[in-house]
Design a protein around this ligand. Sequence first.
Ligand code: G3P
Length: 217
Amino acid sequence: MKFFIDTANLNEINEAHDLGILDGVTTNPSLMAKEGISGDSNILKHYSEICNIVDGDVSAEVISTDFDGMIREGKILSDLNSKIVVKVPMIKDGVKAIKYFSNHNIRTNCTLVFSVGQALLAAKAGATYVSPFIGRLDDISNDGLNLIKEIKDVYSNYNYQTEILAASIRNTMHIINCAKIGADVITSPLESILGLLSHPLTDSGLEKFLSDYNKGK
Ligand code: G3P
C-alpha cells in the first residue's frame, strides 16, 4: 500500500519524507488555505516546493468547475512538474475532463467521491486515482470503509487500472483497515501515520532493555 500525506504543510511533508516511507502528497484548496497560501502564482510556487521534497506523486486540485477551465488549469499544473497529478472533482464536467486528460496522458485523481457509482464513472473515464472520502462518510453515519470494499470489488470485476486512494483518513485504524481491505493508497494526516508507531509494550520493553543495559555498566 502506498502512503501519501494529506497536507500542504512543508514541515510535515519533510518529516514524513525523512521517515523514508512517503510515496506522495495530496493537497486540496482547504489545505492550501490552512497554510496561508493564496493567489495563483503563490499556489504554483508552493506545488513546486512540495515536488522538490517528495519523490512520488503530488495531487494538485483544479478550482474551475467547467470543462474548459479544468483543462486550462490542468495543463498548467501538469506542465509545472512531472510529479503532478491533476485533481478533478466528481462532477459532470469533471468526468469529461478526466477522459480528456486520460486521452492526453495527463494523470488524474478524481476527488470528492462518496459512492460506488461515482467510482465506476471515474474508472470508466480513465482516472489514475479515485479518492473516496471515508472520514466524511463516517461523519454522516455512513460506513466509509465499506465504500472502499465495494469499490475494490467492482474494480476487480472488470480489472480497472484506476488506483483506490482512500482519503479523508481521520485516525490510525482507518489506515490499518484500508490495508486489510487492500486499498492501493491511503492519504493521511501525519499524526495518523505516526500513530502506527505506537504500542505500550514497545515503550515498556525498550525502557526495560535500556535499564538492564545500564545495570551492567
Ligand atoms: O484531500 C481530501 C481529503 O483527504 C480531505 O479530508 O479530513 O478534510 O475530510 P478531510
